[in-house]
Design a protein around this ligand. Structure first.
Ligand SMILES: NC(=O)c1ccc[n+]([C@@H]2O[C@H](COP(=O)([O-])OP(=O)(O)OC[C@H]3O[C@@H](n4cnc5c(N)ncnc54)[C@H](OP(=O)(O)O)[C@@H]3O)[C@@H](O)[C@H]2O)c1
Length: 338
C-alpha cells in the first residue's frame, strides 16, 4: 500500500515513519511539513538517512486521487479536519491522530474552543481504541485515533466497569506524561530548563481528554459518568503513567480482580495484566505498543486502584494508529509492531 503521512516532521509523524519502515505491506510515498517543505525527511531526522529520502510537501499540495491507498494525519487539531475532508472526498482511507474527530461537534466546541468545520465526516469516524472497538474498526474507512491519556485511562478502567467491580461515580484519574506528549513545537512550558527536575499539574478539570474518556466509559455503564482527571507534566521524554481510583461496587480481592482482567484481555497481544503485587513502570513499555496494567484493592478504603502505562507516542498515538490500519486492511493486527 502507498502511504501518506501529513505532519511527518512532528513526534507522532516521526514515530509513524519509524514503525512503517519495518512494516512489510507498506511503502511511504508522501510526507508533509510546512517548515521543511521541499526538504528530505532524512535532513530533518538524520537517523533516517539511507532508510528513506522522501521530500516533504506543504499540506496544500496534496497528491491527486488514486495516488495513495492510506493516509495518516499527525497534524495539530483544527488543521487535521481541513485535510481529512480532502482525502475522504477522494475515497482514500484515513486515520486521524488529532482530536478533531473524537467528540460530537458541540462537545468539540466546548472543550477545544473552536467550532467544528467538518461535521459531515464526524459521524463517519470510528473511534480507534483497538482492543475495545475492534469490530467497528475492521469495517471502517475513517478512524479517529484516541488521545494518549484516554488510551491509558480507558484500557485501565473498562474491564472494572464492564465487570461491575467499580462504582461509575467518583472515578479519579491521576495521570503523568512525558514532555513529548506536547509535540515538537517550542513553548516556554515544555523547554528543558522549565521541565527538568520539575513536576506540575496542568489543565485541571478543563483538559480536552476528559470528555473523550467519559465517552468511552459510557459504553459500559448506564450511569452518567463524570471523571476527575488531573494530568501532570513530568521530566521524561515519553511515557504515560495513569493511576486511577474508584470505589468498589462489590467485595472483591485483588487476586480475583487480577484474574478478571487477565481473562478480559487474554487474547490481546498488546495488553499485559501484571501478576498480583506487580505494578507497571513506564520503562517497561518504552518504544513499544504495549499497555501494562497493575491492580490493587484497598480493602481499608473500599477502593480499587488501577495503574496503566503506555508509551504516549506508540500505543498512545502512532503504534495504535498502525494497529488500526492493520485492522482496517485485514492484515495481522500485530504486523510491524512486535
Ligand atoms: N505527541 C503525542 O504523544 C501525541 C499522542 C496522541 C495524539 N497526538 C496528536 O497527534 C497530532 C500530532 O502530534 P505531535 O505531537 O506529533 O505534534 P508535533 O510534534 O507538534 O507535530 C506537528 C506536525 O504538524 C505539522 N504542522 C504544524 N502546524 C501545521 C499547519 N498549520 N499546517 C500544516 N502542518 C502543520 C508540523 O510540521 P512542521 O512543523 O514541520 O511545519 C509537524 O509535522 C496532534 O493533533 C496531537 O494532539 C500526539
Amino acid at each position: 500500500m502507498k502511504i501518506g503521512i501529513c505532519g511527518a516532521t512532528g513526534y507522532s509523524g516521526r514515530e509513524l515513519i519509524r514503525i512503517l519502515l519495518h512494516h512489510p505491506k507498506v511503502q511511504i510515498a508522501f510526507l508533509t511539513s510546512e517548515q521543511y517543505a521541499n526538504q528530505s525527511i532524512a535532513d530533518v531526522y538524520p537517523e533516517l538517512r539511507s532508510k528513506i529520502s522522501v521530500l516533504c510537501q506543504p499540506v496544500d499540495q496534496l497528491p491527486p486521487k488514486g495516488t495513495l491507498d492510506f493516509v495518516f494525519l499527525a497534524l495539530p487539531h483544527t488543521v487535521s479536519m481541513k485535510v481529512a475532508k480532502v482525502f475522504l472526498a477522494q475515497g482514500t482511507r484515513v486515520i486521524d491522530l488529532s482530536g478533531d474527530y473524537r467528540l460530537s461537534a458541540s462537545l468539540y466546541e466546548t472543550w477545544y474552543q473552536h467550532p467544528h468545520e467538518d461535521v459531515e465526516n464526524l459521524s463517519k469516524a470510528v473511534y480507534g481504541l483497538s482492543e475495545i472497538f475492534r469490530d467497528k474498526i475492521k469495517k471502517a474507512t475513517f478512524v479517529s485515533n484516541p488521545g494518549c491519556y484516554p488510551t491509558a485511562a480507558s484500557l485501565g478502567l473498562v474491564p472494572a466497569l464492564k465487570g461491575g467491580f467499580i462504582d461509575p461515580q467518583g472515578i479519579v484519574i491521576d495521570a503523568k506524561s512525558g514532555v513529548s506528549g506536547a509535540g515538537r513545537g517550542l513553548s516556554l512550558g515544555t523547554h528543558f530548563v522549565e521541565v527538568y527536575e520539575n513536576m506540575k499539574a496542568y489543565k485541571i478539570a478543563v483538559h480536552q481528554h476528559t470528555p473523550e474518556i467519559e465517552q468511552v466509559l459510557k459504553n459500559f455503564t448506564s450511569a452518567n459518568i463524570h471523571v476527575t482527571f488531573v494530568p501532570h507534566l513530568i521530566p521524561l521524554e515519553k511515557g504515560i503513567l495513569s493511576t486511577m481510583y474508584a470505589f468498589l461496587a462489590k467485595k472483591v480481592k485483588t487476586e480475583n480482580l487480577v484474574e478478571a482482567y487477565q481473562k478480559f484481555y487474554q487474547n490481546e497481544p498488546f495488553i499485559r495484566v501484571l501478576p498480583l503485587g506487580n505494578y507497571p513502570q513506564t520503562k517497561n513499555v518504552y518504544g513499544s505498543n504495549f499497555c501494562d496494567i497493575g491492580l490493587q484493592v484497598d480493602e481499608r478504603t473500599n477502593r480499587v486502584i488501577v495503574i496503566s502505562v503506555i508509551d504516549n507516542m506508540v500505543k498512545g498515538a502512532s503504534g495504535q494508529a498502525v494497529q488500526n490500519m492493520n485492522l482496517m486492511c485485514g492484515l495481522a493486527e500485530t504486523m510491524g509492531l512486535l
